[in-house]
Each structure stands twice: as C-alpha cells, then as structure tokens.
Design a protein around this ligand. Structure first.
Ligand SMILES: Cc1cc2nc3c(=O)[nH]c(=O)nc-3n(C[C@H](O)[C@H](O)[C@H](O)COP(=O)(O)OP(=O)(O)OC[C@H]3O[C@@H](n4cnc5c(N)ncnc54)[C@H](O)[C@@H]3O)c2cc1C
Length: 422
C-alpha cells in the first residue's frame, strides 16, 4: 500500500526503472527511443571499476561517473528515492525534493543494486571506512593523505608507524584494486615527507576466504597475490576481523595491528528495501528472476544486477554481482521489454583488474596477461565499455597526464564542508 502522495504521473513508454546504477542506466539506454522513466538518487551512473583510480588520483573523480541525461537521452529522470511499490495497482512511490510522487507503470524494472555487507564485528560501524560510492572514494583518498600529514606531525615513532598502517578487509575486486592504487598514491606522496623516509609503512589485506580475488581464475589471483607481496603487502587469508577501534584492528587469530585506517570491502548485500516489498527472495535477499529476467510470479515486473538472483542459461550458477553481467542482463532485458522475450544467457569472455601503476591482470578469450600487458588491456577494456565519447576522452586525457606527472597529493577534505559566514 502506498502512503499519501502529492501527484501521480505515468512512466514514459509505460516502463519504470527503479535505480540508475549500472543495471538500470543500461536498461534505459538500450531501450532507446521507446523511452522509460528512471528513478535514481543521483543524476549520474557510477562506473565502479574506475573508482580505485579516482581514489588514488590518476583520474579526476568526476570522470568516473556518467551523467544519466546524456547517457539515456530518451529517458525521463526523476531524482529521488523509491520507497514503496504496489504490485496490484501497478504504481510506485518516490520521495523527491518536491514531495512524494506516485508513478504508474505497465512494466517495472527493479535495479536497486546492493549495499556494503556488514557483519556484527565490534567497532565496525564506528571505525571502518567504506568503499562503494564516489563519496567513499574521495573520503578514503583524503583520509590516507591526512594520515601522512598526521604521521609527519607525530612526535613518537610508534604513532608515526600506526598512522602509516592501512588495513583492508575484503580481498575482492574493490579491496585489492583500492589497496593497490592507494599504496601507489602514498608512495608517490611520501617523496615529499623526508621525515617519514625511515618509518616503515604497512599495507595489510585480510580475507576470510582461502585466496584473494575469488572472482578470477586461480593462476591470475595467485599472480596478483605474488605481485602485492613483492611490494610488501601483508596478506592474511583464511582470516576474519575480530574487532576494530580508533587505533587498532584485531584479527580473528588474535593478531593485533595498531592502525588508524580500516577499510571494509568485504562484499555486498542486496538492497534491504526489497525485503519490504512482498517479492520472492532467495536466502541472500536477492529478488528471484526467471530465465527471461522477470521476477518469478510477476509477469510485468523485471529485475537484474546486484539486487537480483539471475539464472544464466550458459552457466551452471547464477550470475555474480559484476558490471559485465549487469550490462549483459540489461541488454537482454531491454530486448525482452521491446519484443518477444528470450532467455538470458551469457558466457564471460574475460576478467580484468588493475594493481596500481602499470600493473594489472587480465584474462581475455582464454589468454592470460599480467604486468604491463594486463594493465594496458584492463584500461582499454574500461575505455571501450565507458559510455559517451566525451567521457572516454576526458579519461584518456587524465591517463595521459598521469603518464608524465606524479599524482596530485592535495588533501581536499574541506570540499563540501565550507566554513559558515560570521
Ligand atoms: C568499489 C567497487 C569496484 C568494483 N569493481 C568492479 C570491477 O572492476 N568489475 C566488475 O565487473 N564489477 C565491479 N564492481 C561491481 C559492480 O559495481 C556492480 O556489480 C554493479 O555496479 C551492479 O550494478 P547495479 O545497477 O545492480 O547496482 P549499482 O550500480 O549499485 O546501482 C544501484 C543504484 O540504485 C540506486 N538506489 C538504491 N536504492 C534506491 C532507491 N530506494 N531509490 C532509487 N534509487 C536507488 C543507487 O543509488 C544506485 O545508483 C565493483 C563494485 C565496487 C563497489
């Protein structure tokens, strides 16, 4: 049931897409001139694979997002938060700055993504940093640079060492790429901190699984682990986080790590809002899709991306939460909305990840690449996938500049927090 609403409108083309992330934005883009109404909390799509580079400063943060209006020129965008759906009346309720609106739909697409998965670890919600949004990336960059300043100002060697210790929990794409990029940023920046030259820095990667980067084939994951160890990164697999405080992380095996930085990248959980909407969910809370990408039991409701459990006719297991799967699902779903629906099936053609400056890993059509070649293929792949020519060009310019200059090390924590007048 919907609450009080100030206005009712019809979704463009009868299609209402909830969520303007990777999955939702691509559905609207692929629908083309048929049009759709997209409800999104931001007026841009975040291209998450480039987020670690935005955090480390090889990319201007604005360039890893794609504005939704030019990306989906035929879609209508409503900036707001979906709060309720009525499956019988075929309406959805959206909170906007102008009040709550009801939107009538003939076809509803649920693309509400995921949220960081947290666990009941003492101190986690108070002391851990997240790495999921653009704001998180900018915050993490400023935090790391701030630790260098604090270490430089510290009078005790013990405090200096603690400030230069960085712990990342969760060794999937997000954790590994963020650690690799930020350790490169810190090394670049430390050239300007002569007092800290002799202070050891510690970069620690922790994961409960037996190996890092479970998303990619073991030989590539092993290469990534060897590469990170070569740089001095401590890797603790089969290890959980026991607790965290403002100045210490304690691992499940009792290891105590003095640190002021704990980054939590230990996976995602489907958007919790979906639990309130009487939809069929699996044990993880993902909306159950059928092979046509319809929500089971609901002919006019569709789902995809990180919020959905999507069966894949070309794979033995449901799709993992990745951009490339969200994109392929979006293509099939938009075609299913436009014509006779066909089952979704996609065989992965490759995997890519960066490990900092000039290092990366890639598997493309069975060919495994690492080092510079892996890095180059990874960048080329993202450039190819990034929508809008002007976005691609801005990214190329940033990358070209970063080939010749070191990273910018200004800490811009004041941005967005201007001092009050008077
Ligand atoms: C740091 C990081 C790095 C990653 N790197 C890679 C990578 O290298 N390769 C890869 O394949 N995958 C990567 N991923 C995974 C990839 O980002 C996701 O699989 C992909 O974004 C899923 O798309 P989605 O649209 O389902 O979810 P999202 O992209 O999260 O989009 C969900 C959207 O719904 C919106 N939303 C939520 N609630 C509401 C509401 N109530 N009303 C309106 N809108 C709402 C959100 O604001 C968001 O815009 C990475 C993820 C992260 C966090």
């Amino acid at each position: 049931m919907l609450g009080h609403v100030s206005a009712t409108r019809q979704a463009r083309g009868g299609v209402l897409v909830l969520g303007g992330g990777f999955a939702g934005a691509y559905v609207a883009r692929e629908l083309g001139a048929r049009g759709a109404t997209v409800v999104s909390r931001e007026n841009f799509m975040l291209y998450t694979p480039l987020l670690p580079e935005a955090a480390s400063g090889t990319l201007e943060p604005r360039h890893c997002v794609v504005p939704l209006r030019p990306m989906c020129p035929h879609a209508e965008l409503i900036l707001g938060r979906a709060t309720a759906i009525d499956l019988d009346a075929q309406t959805a309720e959206v909170e906007t700055d102008e009040g709550t609106q009801s939107i009538a739909w003939q076809e509803l697409v649920l693309a509400l993504g995921a949220v960081p998965r947290t666990l009941p670890v003492p101190g986690l919600s108070e002391h851990a940093l997240s790495f999921k949004s653009l704001a998180d990336a900018i915050n993490l960059r400023n935090h790391v640079l701030h630790q260098l300043e604090a270490a430089d100002a510290a009078l005790e060697e013990e405090e200096r060492a603690r400030r230069l210790t960085f712990v990342f929990v969760g060794a999937g794409y997000a954790g590994v790429e963020a650690l690799a990029e930020l350790s490169d940023l810190a090394e670049d920046a430390l050239r300007f901190y002569p007092r800290l030259r002799s202070t050891p820095r510690r970069w620690v990667l922790v994961d409960a699984a037996p190996r890092i980067l479970p998303e990619i084939p073991p030989p590539l994951g092993d290469y990534a682990a060897a590469e990170l160890r070569k740089r001095g990164v401590e890797i603790h697999v089969d290890t959980t986080l026991g607790s965290v405080s403002a100045d210490e992380a304690v691992l499940g095996d009792g290891t105590r790590i003095p640190t002021n930085t704990l980054v939590w990248t230990a996976g995602v959980a489907p958007n919790p809002l979906l639990r309130e909407w009487s939809l069929p969910l699996d044990e993880k809370g993902r909306v159950e899709a059928d092979e046509l990408l319809r929500v089971r039991g609901h002919e006019h409701v569709w789902t995809l991306g990180d919020c959905a459990r999507v069966p894949n006719t070309r794979s033995d297991s449901p799709d993992p939460p990745t951009c490339q799967h969200a994109l392929r699902q979006a293509r099939r779903l938009s075609r299913n909305l436009a014509g006779p629906p066909k089952p979704y099936g996609y065989r992965m053609l490759g995997q890519v990840a960066t490990l900092g400056r000039h290092k990366g890993i890639a598997e493309v059509l069975g060919l495994r690449l690492h080092g510079f070649a892996g890095w180059w293929v990874t960048r080329s792949y993202h450039l190819y996938q990034l929508p809008l020519a002007q976005r691609k060009l801005r990214v190329v310019v940033d990358w070209t500049v970063s080939l010749f200059f070191r990273r910018d090390i200004a800490e811009l924590g004041q941005l967005g927090h201007p001092e009050k007048l008077g």
